[in-house]
Design a protein around this ligand. Structure first.
Ligand code: FAD
Length: 433
């Protein structure tokens, strides 16, 4: 048997720098074998052209090259995690496995299975906080219960951050501690059932100029002045602590959005029922119309409401949609068309490059009115008024809806005033005590 090693298992922290779990592994005194697993249980639910799998494949290929330059390399599996670890344990003398926490219900179950396997073999499973500044029961009320309203949560989060500061874990300084070995190659995308796609992903640079203008420009979709870092935060190709430090330097308003991200993560962690149903359970009584033809028109961006259609077409073509327009399209689906928010949530989940279960779910429930700290149900966006306010010159709309202002553009799928009244009646019926 070879000499003992520690393993670092990359999941949604695909970077060598400022990585808490990796930093701890590299300081463990044992050489570190870096591992990535294409989890067959996750991949089987995805389409062959999924952009995210393509992004992950490109990212881990780059990580592999960086590690090879250090005399090591990434051991990559296409398997169920427990089976991959059985193979690793059979091949190496593994003393401990290091990972960063993941708060999604599936990930928690997966980690528990791996922990059990390792415990049976006397191997430590060491876990670290990396993807958020505050997790679980750190930013909670004084009686220890979680916050379900954003403003007091954010106040607490800022207070804790100002007390404790933002730590750094300079894993990049310990590259010599990776195991020197002949790493196998990385499985081909095609062999795993996916297509290679040529796609330009947003860069992972934090732009001080974008952040400096963020507060005034963030709501104007035509200006496109947001960071586009969601994808990198999702897969950990950027460190959230670096982002927080940039927010402290350049934009309190941007920092506030990072707090929203953590707010929804702790909601999912504490209230996993939100994955399937409303945060406020009485909203599960709403009688959704769920008209399939109207859903199709929403998906393809032919509702006859230009801002909604522009947003849906941006999503379909690029895997991204501006936040203001996400709010308008989600509100339109749930309130104007009375289609179950879970249909829209699933559509976004399949297409957003920055898809994050906690943020997607939290924001959909916000739009539907069923979430924690949600918009009250009687606040119904008027998509035409939203377009006038946030895209007054039609810059964004024209970018995505080429036939706008021509006879080829569809007539509205529903009249706004009629839909508004129908929504008020439906919601009030469901919510009456
Ligand atoms: P920026 O505006 O530059 O913000 C920086 C980062 O802050 C984002 O990358 C994100 O991590 C976080 N953030 C910003 N706004 C929010 C928010 N409202 N809630 C939680 N985190 C936020 N965000 C996702 O990351 N994944 C999703 O799947 C997702 N689905 C959404 C669905 C709906 C219906 C709505 C209304 C919003 C959704 N958001 C989601 C939130 C937000 O729209 C995106 O985070 C943002 O548009 C991503 O663009 P950006 O990276 O340029 O963000």
């Amino acid at each position: 048997m070879e000499s003992p090693v520690s393993i670092f298992w990359f999941r949604r922290d695909l970077r060598l720098n400022d990585n808490h779990g990796l930093y701890s592994a590299l300081q463990s005194g044992l050489p570190v074998l870096p591992v990535f697993i294409f989890d067959t249980a996750i991949l089987k639910g995805l389409e062959p052209g999924d952009f995210r799998v393509n992004f992950i494949h490109g990212t881990i290929s780059a990580l592999h090259r960086q590690l090879k330059a250090l005399g090591s390399g990434l051991s990559v599996f296409h398997d169920e995690p427990v089976k991959a670890f059985e193979k690793l344990i059979a091949r190496f003398q593994v003393k401990a496995i290091y990972v960063n926490h993941d708060y999604e219900p599936y990930a928690k179950k997966r980690d528990e299975k791996v922990r059990r396997l390792l415990a049976g073999k006397g191997i430590d499973f060491r876990t670290f906080k990396d993807q958020v500044l505050f997790e679980g029961s750190e930013a909670v009320k004084s009686d220890g219960t979680p916050y379900s309203v954003f403003t007091p949560y954010s106040r607490k989060w800022l207070e804790l951050k100002n007390q404790a500061g933002v730590p750094a874990y300079p894993s990049e300084l310990f590259g010599d501690n990776f195991l020197k070995y002949e790493a196998p190659g990385i499985p081909d995308l095609e062999l795993m059932g996916f297509r290679g796609i040529t796609m330009v992903y947003p860069p992972k640079e934090i732009s001080p100029e974008t952040l400096a203008q963020y507060a005034s420009a963030r709501d104007i979709p035509g200006l496109d002045n947001t960071s586009k870092l969601g994808l990198h935060l999702r897969f950990g190709t950027i460190s959230v602590r670096d982002c927080i430090r940039a927010g402290e330097l350049y934009s309190a308003s941007w920092l506030n959005e990072l707090i929203w991200r953590e707010f929804f993560m702790q909601i999912l962690d504490h209230y996993p029922h939100v994955v399937k149903g409303a945060f406020k359970k009485e909203y599960d009584r709403i009688q959704w119309r769920n008209n399939e033809e109207e859903f199709k028109r929403w998906c393809e961006g032919t509702t006859g409401y230009p801002l909604v259609d522009a947003g849906m077409r941006q999503l379909n073509e690029t895997g991204f949609m501006h936040n203001r327009v996400r709010m308008v399209t989600a509100g339109f689906l749930t309130k104007h068309l009375l289609i179950d928010w879970r249909w829209g949530e699933a559509y976004f989940a399949a297409r957003l490059l920055d898809f994050e279960l906690s943020s997607n779910n939290g924001n959909w429930q916000w739009a539907a009115g069923s979430g924690c700290d949600a918009a009250p149900y009687f606040r119904i966006f008027n998509p035409a008024a939203q377009a006038l306010k946030f895209d007054s010159k039609g810059t964004y709309i024209r970018r995505w809806v080429s036939e706008f202002d021509t006879s080829a553009y569809p007539v509205p799928v529903v009249d706004h005033s009629f839909a508004r009244a129908r929504c008020m009646t439906t919601y009030s019926m469901a919510l009456k005590p």
